[in-house]
Design a protein. Structure first.
Length: 572
C-alpha cells in the first residue's frame, strides 16, 4: 500500500472552518449508518452547540431541530461532550446535520450493518493461506498462492520418536493470523468459537448470507464454508500418535513487509501445548455438532474423534504450557513470533468440556464443566475463553448449569449497561482506562456487545440489545477520535494498518472489512519512533503502518466484529 496523506480535518467537519466556534467543534457519529427504528445519537465535542438542525441531503429542506440531551466530561482529558438525540429521524435517507457552522452527513437506512457484516466475514477469504486469492472473488485484492505449507518441519521442541526433529509434514490451508504470516491454533480456535457461537443463535440469517467465495452456491452457509477452510488446517496440527496439538505453525522470525510469495524462511510446527489442545478440542467438538447436515457431514465424526483425543492429551499433560522463552533456551532455531502464552488452562478446560458435553452427552464432560465453572462471566478473548463456555451452557440440557450461566451473564450485563447514562459517547463501554488495551475495539467493545446480545436473548429480551448497538456506534465513529475503525467503511477509516499484505500489495487502500486493534493506553510501540498525539487512553491511536500496538489487524478481532455486526443485522 503506497503511503498517502489524509486530511484529518475533513473527518471532523465537512464544512469550512468559518469561525473559532467551528474550529473547536467536532461531531462524532456512526459513519456506517443508523437504523430507522433505533436510537440515533451524535456527540458534539468542543463548545456547547447553539443550534442543531437536520436538513435533507441537498441541505435545503429543514427536517428537524434537536437539542443537547445531556453532557459528560471525559475522565481522561476533561473535555466536555454533548449528547444530541436524533432518534425522531426515522425515515430512511441521507441527511445533513448542521451543528452551528459544522456539517456532517448521516445515513438512515434499513439493514445499515449488512454491507459491513458481509465485508467483515469476507475478510477471512482475503486472509487465506495456501491458495490463490482469485480476482472473481477478491477483485483488485487478488494475489497468487503463498505459503503452500506442504513442506513444514517438525521443530525440535515438538519432536517425538514417531516424528523426529526435521521430519517433513504437510499442513496447508488456514488463515494468516494477523499482520504476520503465521498460523496459531489458540487464536484460530477462539476465532472459530466466537463466530460459531453466534451462528448458532441466528442460523437462518447465515443460511442466506452470501460472501462470494469459491464455495458459494453449495448447500452449506458461506460462513461455515469459510470456517471449514481453517478447520481443515487445524486437523493437520494434531499429532496422530498421541492426540496432542502443536501450538503454532511459524517461521523462526517474523517476515518483512513483503508479499507471501516473497517469503522464504523455513516453517515449523512447534511444541504441543495444553491450551492449544483444549482450544482445538472445543472448536472441533462445536464444529462436529454444527456441520451435520451440510456438505461436510463426513468431517463431523473425524472432528469429534480429534476433539476427544486432544482433550485426553490435555488431561494427561495439564502443565504443558507454551513458554517460548524457556523453549528457546533448549531448542534451535529460536522462535520469536507471537507467543499466545497462557499459564492457566482452567478456562480452556471449561470451554472444551462444555462443547464436548453438548456434542456427546457424556457425563465425564459435564462433571468437568462443573469442576471448571468460572465464578463470574468474563468477556471471551483468546486468553480467557470461559465466556465461550458459558455461551455454550445456555443451550445445555442440564437445567442447573444453564441457570447458573444465565445468572452470571445477567450480573455482567446489568453492570455494563449501567454505565451508558453517564458516558461520554452514549456507550456502555469506553469511560474506563481498562477499556483501552491491545485489541480493545474487539475485546473491549465488540465482544462485550456480543455478550449483551446473548443476555438479550437468554436473560431478558429487548433489555440489552440497544446497548449492544451503542457499542457498535462507538466502533464506527462515535468515539474520541472520530474514526470508523473498520477499513473501507465510513468517511474517516484506517488507511495504513499494520498488515504485511496491505503494505506490500501496491494498492493505496487496505483490504476492506478489517477491524484494527484501536486505542491502546500502553503505546508499546512508541519506542520505535512513533509519536502519539495524546496519552489519553481513548486517543492513543495512530493510523500508521508501524503502530502494531494500535493499528494491527487479527482474525480474533475480526471474528468479534463478524459476530456483532451479523447478529445486529439479523435482528434489527
Amino acid at each position: 500500500m503506497r503511503t498517502r496523506e489524509i486530511l484529518m480535518a475533513v473527518a471532523l467537519t465537512a464544512a469550512p472552518m468559518l469561525s473559532l466556534h467551528a474550529q473547536t467543534t467536532a461531531v462524532r457519529y456512526n459513519q456506517v449508518g443508523y437504523l430507522p427504528g433505533q436510537e440515533k445519537v451524535i456527540v458534539v465535542e468542543g463548545a456547547q452547540p447553539r443550534k442543531v438542525v437536520v436538513y435533507d441531503a441537498a441541505g435545503k429542506k429543514k427536517v428537524m431541530k434537536a437539542k443537547v440531551a445531556r453532557s459528560a466530561v471525559s475522565p481522561f482529558t476533561g473535555k466536555t461532550r454533548y449528547v444530541v438525540d436524533l432518534t425522531r429521524l426515522s425515515k430512511p435517507g441521507t441527511y445533513q446535520v448542521k451543528v452551528d457552522e459544522a456539517t456532517v452527513n448521516i445515513d438512515v437506512r434499513e439493514h445499515a450493518f449488512h454491507d459491513l457484516a458481509i465485508a467483515s466475514a469476507k475478510a477471512f477469504y482475503l486472509m487465506r493461506s495456501g491458495t490463490p486469492i482469485e480476482s472473481r472473488y477478491a477483485g483488485r485484492f487478488a494475489r497468487p498462492l503463498g505459503h503452500p505449507d506442504t513442506h513444514v518441519l517438525v521443530h525440535p521442541s515438538a519432536a517425538t520418536e514417531q516424528r523426529p526433529a526435521e521430519t517433513v509434514i504437510s499442513s496447508p490451508l488456514g488463515w494468516y493470523d494477523a499482520g504476520d504470516y503465521n498460523k496459531y491454533i489458540v487464536n484460530s480456535a477462539f476465532t472459530i468459537g466466537m463466530m460459531l457461537s453466534v451462528y448458532e443463535q441466528v442460523p437462518d440469517y447465515f443460511g442466506k448470507l452470501s460472501l462470494n467465495i469459491p464455495e458459494s452456491g453449495n448447500a452449506t452457509p458461506d460462513l461455515l464454508d469459510e470456517i471449514m477452510y481453517n478447520l481443515r488446517w487445524m486437523l493437520t496440527m494434531q499429532d496422530p500418535s498421541d492426540g496432542g496439538v502443536y501450538h503454532k505453525l511459524t517461521t523462526p522470525n517474523f517476515e518483512g513487509f513483503v508479499m507471501p510469495t516473497d517469503c522464504h524462511q523455513p516453517r515449523y510446527v512447534v511444541k504441543k501445548s495444553v491450551t492449544a489442545s483444549l482450544d482445538f478440542a472445543a472448536s472441533m467438538a462445536q464444529s462436529a455438532r454444527l456441520y451435520r447436515g451440510t456438505d461436510y457431514a463426513a468431517f463431523c465424526p473425524e472432528a469429534l474423534r480429534a476433539a476427544k483425543a486432544a482433550y485426553a492429551w490435555a488431561k494427561a499433560h495439564p502443565d504443558a504450557f507454551y513458554r517460548q522463552g524457556m523453549m528457546n533456551t533448549q531448542f534451535a532455531p529460536a522462535v520469536n513470533t507471537g507467543e499466545y502464552g497462557d499459564g492457566n488452562a482452567a478456562d480452556e478446560f471449561f470451554w472444551a468440556s462444555t462443547q464436548l458435553y453438548l456434542a456427546t452427552g457424556e457425563g465425564q464432560y459435564l462433571s468437568d464443566a462443573w469442576k471448571y465453572l468460572p465464578k463470574q462471566f468474563v468477556v471471551p478473548v483468546w486468553g480467557n475463553v470461559s465466556g465461550l463456555g458459558l455461551f455454550a451452557c445456555l443451550s445445555v440440557s442440564d437445567n442447573e448449569l444453564r441457570d447458573t450461566a444465565v445468572g452470571l451473564l445477567k450480573a455482567y450485563a446489568d453492570t455494563a449497561v449501567g454505565h451508558t447514562a453517564t458516558s461520554c459517547f452514549q456507550s456502555p463501554f469506553g469511560d474506563e482506562a481498562r477499556n483501552f488495551g491491545w485489541g480493545c475495539l474487539a475485546e473491549g467493545f465488540c465482544a462485550p456487545a456480543v455478550a449483551l446480545l446473548f443476555a438479550d436473548k437468554y436473560v431478558a429480551e429487548g433489555r440489552y440489545r440497544n446497548d449492544a448497538l451503542r457499542a457498535a456506534d462507538y466502533v464506527l465513529g462515535r468515539n474520541a477520535l472520530g474514526y470508523c475503525y473498520v477499513t473501507g467503511f465510513g468517511q474517516h477509516s484506517p488507511m495504513h494498518p499494520h498488515q504485511r499484505i496491505s503494505s506490500a500489495d501496491g494498492i493505496d487502500e487496505p483490504m476492506p472489512g478489517l477491524l484494527v486493534g484501536g486505542p491502546n493506553a500502553g503505546q508499546q510501540d512508541k519506542g520505535s519512533g512513533l509519536k502519539y498525539l495524546s496519552n489519553a487512553p481513548d486517543e492513543s491511536y495512530l493510523d500508521e503502518e508501524g503502530s502494531y500496538a494500535s493499528n494491527e489487524i487479527a482474525i480474533n478481532w475480526n471474528a468479534c466484529l463478524v459476530a456483532l455486526t451479523c447478529w445486529l443485522d439479523a435482528i434489527m
